[in-house]
Design a protein around this ligand. Structure first.
Ligand code: G3I
Length: 306
């Protein structure tokens, strides 16, 4: 196949990109999006600050723009992200425990019902664990006010809101099975599966750079999560670097997913380098003129099995 999406489809997987609503009027951007990708993730438009800027008052315009674009072209959609400490409007952190619990559940339910049946996977809880060696829960407002049970509660609420969506826990720096953070997430998912808490997938964000390169055990990490009985998705892939070094790293990351049958799809966190969240850098598959980079060809070859 000669596009990322078609090549991934031949392997039974989607290949997605994070998309920004305010780029959908740019013809080169849309041309590459429509040609190469079979799934989209709104980069910011479904986050809490964008969708519920004041309590109980929802705004879906920019998210709808992306959803409508995707649905009109048969692309599937990843929902990102329902419960996250970042990009959280100020009113949320001022709530009492009782009010925060009801605001969290109302936020999950309202967003999931809005696009019920249209989102293949939702990041229900995002980045709930600390970096470093502690393996601890991040000290977010949710953790502070609601305690350990908030993650489980969010997943139960999500299942009730849209039973057709896969429910994911999504995080970064959980790509190395030996890292404390990875172990902590693994233990949580194992506990959820044992106790029947509804969880269907783990999202490995996979933001790689010189400090956190693609780990040599990436495939084993994916396989270990999958063995718990959940799907794995590479949800926000980008890799700092350039040329053949970057291309090799991308190839290794894609091959790690392809080697595990329950690794069901890959999303890159943007299309051309100049729209990456990494202000300086060239972590994506297309350059500033939308030329295909060596990394693009490495990914395509990996997907084609060549
Ligand atoms: O919406 C305002 C806009 O009104 C204003 O004019 C503009 C001026 O700077 O800022 C806009 O908000 C920015 C927003 O992106 C939309 O462009 C924020 O300042 C900026 O902080 C925000 O960055 C996003 C970041 O998440 C925030 O945490 C990035 O685009 C987005 O790529 C990034 O994505 C995260 C994932 O959600 C979770 N995992 C890590 C990943 C990378 O950080």
């Amino acid at each position: 196949a000669d596009t990322l999406g078609a090549a991934a489809a031949a392997r039974g997987r989607y290949f997605g990109a994070a998309v920004a609503a305010n780029r959908l009027g740019e013809s080169q951007y849309v041309t590459v999006l429509n040609r190469e990708f079979t799934s989209v993730t709104p980069e910011n438009e479904m986050k809490w600050d964008a969708t519920e800027p004041s309590r109980g008052s929802f705004s879906f315009g920019n998210a709808d723009r992306i959803v409508n674009h995707a649905r009109g072209r048969g692309m599937s959609i990843r929902g990102h992200a329902l419960v996250w400490h970042s990009q959280l409007p100020g009113w949320v952190s001022g709530l009492s425990a009782t009010d925060l619990r009801s605001a969290m559940n109302n936020h999950i339910t309202t967003l999931m019902r809005r696009w019920q049946g249209q989102i293949h996977s939702w990041d229900v809880v995002n980045e709930a664990f600390e970096d470093g060696s502690s393996g601890a829960r991040r000290n977010s407002v949710f953790q502070q006010r609601l305690g350990n049970g908030y993650i489980e509660e969010a997943f139960r609420t999500a299942r009730a809101a849209d039973p057709s969506a896969k429910l994911c826990y999504n995080d970064y720096n959980i790509e190395d099975a030996n890292a404390a953070k990875t172990r902590a997430v693994y233990n949580m998912v194992r506990d959820f599966k044992q106790r029947g808490v509804p969880i269907d997938c783990v999202g490995l964000q996979s933001h790689f750079n010189a400090q956190s390169p693609v780990p040599a055990n990436f495939q084993q990490t994916i396989a270990q999560f999958a063995a718990l009985g959940v799907d794995v998705q590479i949800t926000e892939l980008d890799i700092e670097g350039s040329g053949q070094t970057q291309a090799t790293n991308y190839r290794n990351a894609v091959n790690a997913c392809l080697a595990v049958s329950r690794c069901t799809g890959i999303t890159v966190w943007g299309i051309p380098d100049h729209y990456s969240w990494r202000a300086s850098g060239t972590p994506l598959l297309f350059d500033g003129s939308y030329n295909k980079k060596p990394a693009y060809y490495a990914v395509l070859e990996a997907l084609n099995g060549s």
